[in-house]
Design a protein around this ligand. Sequence first.
Ligand SMILES: Cc1ncc(COP(=O)(O)O)c(C=O)c1O
Length: 373
Amino acid sequence: MVSGLILSGIEPVWVEPRWDAERKLAHPPSAEDFERAFESHPDARGAVVTSPTPYGGCAALRAIAEVCHRRTRPLIVDEAWGAHLPFHADLPSWAMDAGADICVTSIHKMGSGLEQGSVFHLQGDLVPPGLLGMRADLLGTTSPSVLIFAGLDGWRRQMALRGEELMGGALDLAAEVRSAIEEIDGLHVNDRGDFCGPGLSDDFDPLPGVIDLAGLGITGFQAADWLREHRHIDAHLVDHRRIGMQITHGDDRETTGQLLEALSDLVRAARDLPRAPRVEVPSPAGLRMEQVVLPRDAFFGPAEDAPVARAAGRIAAEMITPYPPGIPAVLPGERLTEPVLAYLRTGLAAGMHLPDPTDPELDTVRVVAEGAR
Ligand SMILES: Cc1ncc(COP(=O)(O)O)c(C=O)c1O
């Protein structure tokens, strides 16, 4: 999405996520948040919301779509994590059923597609199909992969014939694994009660299981490294205090058994892991930086590398994204602040993966050149 802002030159109006200050994680904004954003920016041309988040929190899409449609504005949903949602009534509604105009879905995430198998869905008359096709063509390859298309078609067939049965099985398995993890001393798997309610998400996808490691005193980075090195298991989501696992229709008791065994072993090994380096996670307000230049202008304009110790107050000319979950902490055009830089530096020292800054060690940050504005 941020790449889209850079390429299109759009001036973004940010609708703040709902922050769980205790767990230090973000949930999608509410419909009222979108209402207020449109009221203060009546010329906004449309809205985008990410739902589900990589943590499994879901937005009230129907209500957000109504807010947009009252103004004849389209709602685009980043449903990257929701390929499975249409196929079982016990899963949160998917964007098209909720009345969104466009959603973008990664079939390679919660579906059976091959990597890069992502699709648009489009409905209604707010976005002309020809126009969307033209714009998508700008970014697409002229040599599409038959394998990727075959993967998408195989998934379509699989879901048409057995979707409900397979997703029902995944839901049962996820419930079983969630209770088993809860039984492991020191682990807590976040549930609907943790993620939904006033000021949090409106709905919840139980297939991603986000495991809070606060009881073990280790970071998600340490846990993910240990699982990869000693049990050949890759955590889906990793942050300063959590790891995530994805249960999908591809799992069975053999795969979940391996996971549960590995998690019990992790708990035993945690005692001998070095003390977790502290990640200085800013307050919700501390994470918000002022957007002072259009993302496109900051990204493509004259830039220079500033030593990180002198970068606060300068305007970022690059994106810096803790990955996973892949949500940029720094966008081009934002005025850098000390708390965000300290978060990224302490995160790096604790094992956070930052794939995109020009200096992977973050000794310097790419900023808009002095005098360029
Ligand atoms: C919320 C969200 N949107 C979009 C994407 C990108 O999707 P794709 O890899 O299909 O381009 C990701 C990838 O991790 C994501 O987490």
